[in-house]
Design a protein. Structure first.
Length: 294
């Protein structure tokens, strides 16, 4: 991931911390979202939650950085790969790699553009409403980004799966060494950060659009279909580029889509999310979380 994107993420961390107490102070009744959620009940719990989310982000980054060290021997392999993933070991394309980056930035731009559409609704046009609703949307977007990036990096650094190009017999050891040195992520294949980020953005944009905009169902379907199609193309591009296995992008898609959809759902006003203590006597005690998907 580029240093420019990393700087943007760190800026969002700061923005999240700064806007949370302000946005907690109130919310316009016509807007479907509020900063309050199942994890944020007041300012103290909000600070605790923001600290936990940013902590996951930095912990994930530290874990991933620990997995960046490699030697030439790590690249000289011809071991077995699961049949489902072998397709990726025969793929290599810098063009697809570049396209995946462009598509991901495009989804990021679409997320920012969706804010303008959402904030153009009548209930958001007053000055105070625009400020508070913008803060709420920014908080949710930062929450999605930080949760997704932190979890992705933590899993990458823990699993330490080699990239598929390591097993590509058409690439020389010198070429593998060059790529591994330039990209500095040979052990960070599982799961795909591009796929997770793309699907989280697609699900976030589509969910917020459906909740805020009073549009016909076919328009909502068009938004879901178009954003998910771009996310799917991003995931495929990572495989075609030889940077990820199919299983990497599939898991990334599920994780990203879940985060992108459930974060705004958890902030919906009206008690959308319910948490219950499940007491089964001597059988144990657990927590149940109910989040409607529609």
């Amino acid at each position: 991931m580029s240093m420019r994107l990393m700087r943007c993420i760190r800026s969002l961390v700061v923005a999240t911390t700064l806007i949370s107490p302000w946005a907690l102070s109130g919310q316009e009744s016509g807007f479907p979202y509020a900063i309050q959620s199942w994890a944020i009940r007041d300012v103290p719990t909000g600070i605790a939650y923001v600290s936990a989310v940013t902590g996951l982000y930095f912990l994930g980054g530290h874990r991933a950085n620990q997995a960046r060290t490699f030697t030439a021997a790590d690249l000289d392999l011809s071991g077995e790969v699961l049949f489902f993933d072998r397709y990726a070991t025969r793929q290599w394309s810098d063009g697809w790699d570049s396209l995946s980056d462009q598509l991901l930035w495009g989804l990021g731009a679409a997320t920012a553009a969706s804010f303008a559409v959402v904030l153009s609704e009548p209930e958001s046009r007053s000055g105070t409403a625009v400020q508070r609703n913008t803060a709420t949307l920014a908080f949710m977007a930062a929450e999605v980004l930080l949760l997704n990036k932190g979890l992705t990096d933590f899993v990458k650094g823990s699993v330490r799966r080699r990239r598929p190009y390591v097993y590509n017999q058409q690439l020389s050891l010198e070429e593998k060494l060059r790529v591994a040195t330039e990209e500095d992520d040979v052990f960070l294949s599982f799961f795909s950060g591009h796929s997770a980020a793309a699907f989280s953005a697609a699900a976030f944009v589509s969910t917020v659009f459906a909740d805020v905009i009073d549009a016909p169902r076919w328009v909502e379907g068009l938004v879901w279909g178009s954003t998910m199609s771009v996310a799917a193309l991003t995931a495929y591009a990572r495989v075609a580029a030889g940077r990820h296995y199919p299983s990497d992008v599939i898991v990334g898609a599920f994780v990203g889509a879940a985060i992108g959809h459930l974060v705004p759902r958890s902030h919906r006003q009206g008690g959308d999310v319910q948490i219950r203590v499940l007491n089964h006597g001597y059988g144990g005690v657990g927590l149940g979380i109910q989040i409607p998907m529609n």
